[in-house]
Design a protein around this ligand. Structure first.
Ligand code: SF4
Length: 378
């Protein structure tokens, strides 16, 4: 592994309570468990730094769960360990995920002091009834207060997470959410807009099975998707990935790293890693993790060249600029056309892919059928 361009993800699995659609590894916990977890996390990060020879980090992402549920001093301690274990590049993007209702001025001040320069705020909807249906713990006003506090603390690089296909949501309520968020002062640098996916094992799944979940029809879902890109572009956002939009220069470096194959280490419960052409996953058992965090990191898969080429295509095509022919050639020593020309030509004929300079990318129609295109590169 080269020392350059390595990413670190840190998982904080705690939440105030579970949202009704959530299948992430997250749960409420008492202060004692949180404290022990932070200590275990620090041990794992220090150990990972030793194994990765203090690799140079281009981004750090503290995600969850709800990282902002931890006391500010816990985040400070985690960041101190990160800096001790790794060489954090001077201009590294350092993000923390926060949920409205768990954000305070004191913690934001600490985040800024320890180098956190980006906040990702989980809003989902500007409609309080929709928020309630999702089981969120906050209102739109709570979000606005958190947003303003973050800006006052000097962290103005803010992402807002939004969700379409919420039960009972209409085209006009989705438009209202988009416009309210874009009209914040200052406007968010980045917006992620995902559709709700009803996952097995969640209360929403059970409600759907019982026919009690009123989610928008597929046609409405598609209209919402197109509306998102249209409205966000009115406010100066460009779509750079299927579900991600940014003001110029504010694309999320951490996620772009995932989509372009930058290696990363995931610390914490159930966190995934990818480096040296292999995938790893940490245990999802809290007791084991607290007992010996450094022994809870397991190899799950070694990737052969064919796997790496397939991943290059599938992840790279998520981005609107697409995949670079030159980059493919330089990474794999074979031309993209030689390897995937047959599939690519078929999709170009069908109007789902197009060549633009050195890039092969999805067309607008291809973005709608991205799954079909990507499946063919597996
Ligand atoms: S805040 Fe996020 S991680 Fe926590 S329960 Fe809700 S959706 Fe899941």
């Amino acid at each position: 592994m080269s020392g350059k361009g390595f990413e670190l993800y840190i998982h904080i699995p705690f939440c105030v309570r579970k949202c009704l659609y959530c299948d992430f590894l997250s749960f409420p916990a008492d202060d004692a468990v949180k404290e022990k977890y932070v200590e275990a996390l620090c041990e794992e990060i220090l150990c990972a730094g030793e194994e990765r020879h203090g690799a140079s980090l281009s981004s750090v992402f503290i995600g969850g769960g709800t990282p902002s549920i931890l006391p500010g001093k816990a985040i400070r301690r985690i960041m101190e360990c990160v800096k001790e274990a790794f060489d954090v590049e001077e201009d590294a993007e350092i993000t923390i995920e926060c949920n409205p209702g768990t954000v305070c001025e004191e913690n934001l001040r600490i985040y800024a002091e320890c180098g956190i320069n980006r906040i990702s705020l989980g809003l989902q909807s500007a409609d309080d009834i929709e928020l309630k249906r999702l089981g969120r713990i906050h209102t739109f006003d709570d979000f606005v207060k958190s947003y303003e506090m973050a800006v006052s603390a000097g962290i103005s690089n803010i992402n807002v997470d939004l969700m379409s296909d919420i039960p009972g949501q209409t085209l006009s309520s989705w438009e209202n959410t988009l416009r309210k968020v874009c009209s914040l002062e200052p406007a968010p640098a980045h917006i992620s807009a995902y559709s709700l996916i009803v996952e097995e094992g969640t209360p929403f799944w059970d409600m759907q099975e019982e026919g009690k979940l009123d989610i928008p029809e597929e046609d409405t879902d598609r209209e919402m998707y197109h509306m998102t890109s249209r409205i966000l572009s009115e406010y100066g956002y460009a779509r750079y990935e299927i579900s991600n939009y940014a003001q110029p220069g504010y694309e999320c470096r951490h996620n772009v790293g995932y989509w372009t194959g930058i290696p990363y280490y995931g610390a914490g419960l159930d966190a995934a890693s990818y480096y040296d052409h292999a995938r790893y996953v940490n245990t999802d058992d809290m007791d084991s993790y607290l007992r010996d965090p450094a022994a809870c990191h397991f190899l799950t898969e070694r990737l052969c060249t064919d796997d790496l080429m397939s991943e290059f295509m599938i992840l790279g095509l998520r981005m609107t600029k697409g995949v670079s022919f030159a980059e493919f050639q330089s990474r794999f020593g074979i031309s993209l056309k030689e390897k995937y020309g047959h599939q690519a030509e078929g999709f170009i004929k069908d109007g789902l892919l197009e060549e633009k300079g050195d890039f092969l990318r999805l067309t607008d129609r291809g973005l709608d059928l991205a799954n079909v295109v990507m499946r063919s590169f597996i």
